[in-house]
Design a protein around this ligand. Structure first.
Ligand code: IFM
Length: 470
């Protein structure tokens, strides 16, 4: 089979903090990312999402871009502090922005997919304990209800959260994302409270009795692989899988945390006493779909330098400019594993894409955030013909989409694919040094230029067939 059906959903995605800009407009208050970016040294060249792609002002132009690309659906997120600038205080202007955006999408025949939480926690919520305070499930439910009320069934797909792994592990254990903490117990507490808030929001959603709208969650999954086929390596790969994937899949679909990981974590931080009786029932509130974000696999080798006895290795594999071990073939196995081990729910690939270097200058020299530019093809830039020739991105996405077709052919319920990202944007701690877009953004002028990958994707969507080149 080499053809996607007409009802397969092709889309692209973005998130609020990464594209909107207008950081303090129309009543919006700070999120933890505004605060994190304001501290020198946290982000590449001390950049921020203050202006980003100015999507808040240019959303109509961006909807035309989506229309031009021919996508069926657009995935974006809502900025919680735009809606609730303070605890218990709803901001009508913030709601209006998303109502206008959704209406504009629908007028242009594009189905909206909305993520409620894509990392920009209101600063007020952080000041009250953030994801470490169980009460956050109540605040999140309150916020979710306001959005369900405002947008309701105009939104085809709702996702409660994007990548709880990143929020908890990168934000609370590794100190790489806001709020920049480094504490294992905090990270596990945060992930648990994220799940509680997810369950509460799904339950609230059901009370609206929407007929044409579905709800789920988006997880980033990155299967663990041993560098060598020794029993030690294999055991550690299982552990890596437990750390990144199973810790997040098991509670949602099996109603329990993986026993091997509980044992390891308890040996480090004592009883996981933040898990209370009845919590897993809240967390397993039935959903309608699973969103999977896939970028790379997680190949490991033993090392005492790693918290769990291993470190990740990617050197031998083709890499993106994020230094990720991209390996499209793994996507099929990952999807089959979800189907066989976890759930028969419909799956959407809610993110997949490739980062290329964002600067032609000496960005690669940056000590903390830079990577080494290896060839001209690894940089996204506007060539003399006015185009952006990003063949590497086309090839990567082509290979991933082939894996999607293979899964569908094997009876898998894959309903859609959202390419990350609609346009170049603020790549968190890496600032603007990496570009993920299928549209190039000139951050000086805000000009948008569809890249070759964008034209290629348009052809795929129109024809429903795959070609490795434009
Ligand atoms: O840009 C991010 C996105 O916000 C979440 N998933 C991974 C992307 C690339 O790093």
């Amino acid at each position: 089979m080499n053809k996607f059906s007409r009802d397969f959903v092709f889309g692209t995605g973005t998130s609020a903090y990464q594209i909107e800009g207008a950081a303090f407009e129309d009543g919006k208050t700070a999120s933890i990312w505004d605060t994190y970016c304001s501290i020198s040294g946290n982000v590449f060249r001390d950049q921020s999402g203050d202006i980003a792609c100015e999507h808040y002002y240019r959303y109509k132009e961006d909807v035309q871009l989506l229309k031009n690309l021919g996508v069926d659906s657009y995935r974006f997120s809502v900025s919680w502090p735009r809606i609730f600038p303070e605890r218990g205080e709803v901001n009508k202007k913030g709601i209006k922005f998303y109502v206008d955006l959704v209406d504009e999408l629908i007028r242009n025949n594009i189905k909206p997919m909305v993520t409620l939480y894509h990392w920009d926690l209101p600063q007020w919520a952080y000041d009250l304990g953030g994801w470490l305070n169980r009460d956050i499930a109540v605040w999140f439910e309150e916020y979710a209800r306001v959005m369900f009320e405002a947008l309701g069934e105009k939104v085809t797909l709702w996702a409660t959260h994007n990548e709880p792994f990143c929020v908890s592990i990168l934000g609370y254990l590794k100190g790489l994302h806001a709020p920049g903490h480094k504490d294992l117990k905090e990270a596990l507490t945060a992930s648990h409270n994220i799940f509680l808030s997810h369950g509460a929001a799904v339950k609230a959603f059901r009370s609206f009795n929407f007929k044409d709208s579905k709800i789920g969650i988006t997880l980033n999954l990155s299967p663990g692989y041993p560098l060598e086929q020794t029993s030690e390596n294999i055991e550690l790969a299982k552990r890596a899988d437990g750390f990144v994937d199973r810790w997040f899949m098991d509670p949602l679909f099996k109603g329990s945390y993986p026993v091997d990981m509980v044992k390891i974590y308890e040996s480090k931080i004592g009883k996981l006493d933040f898990i209370k009786t009845g919590d897993l029932e809240i967390i397993t509130e039935p959903m309608d779909f699973l969103g999977v974000n896939f970028y790379a696999r997680n190949m490991v080798k033993p090392s005492q330098e790693g918290l769990l006895g291993y470190v990740g290795v990617g050197e031998k594999m083709p890499q993106t400019q994020e230094e990720w071990d991209t390996y499209p073939e793994i996507l099929f196995k990952l999807l089959m594993n979800i189907k066989n081990e976890y759930t028969s729910l419909p799956i959407y690939i809610t993110e997949n894409g490739l980062a290329l270097e964002g600067y032609k200058d000496d960005a690669g020299d940056d000590e903390k955030f830079g990577t080494i530019i290896t060839s001209a093809n690894d940089i996204d830039f506007v060539a003399e013909d006015g185009r952006v020739h990003d063949e590497a991105r086309i090839l990567y996405v082509y290979n991933c989409l082939k894996q999607c077709l293979k899964f569908i052919e094997s009876g898998g319920e894959l309903r859609g694919y959202y390419l990350w990202s609609l346009m170049d944007n603020f790549e968190w701690a890496l600032g603007y040094s990496k570009r993920f877009g299928i549209t190039y953004v000139n951050f000086e002028t805000q000009e948008r230029i569809i890249k070759d990958s964008g034209y290629w994707y348009k052809k795929v969507i129109e024809s429903r067939t795959l070609q490795p080149k434009l």
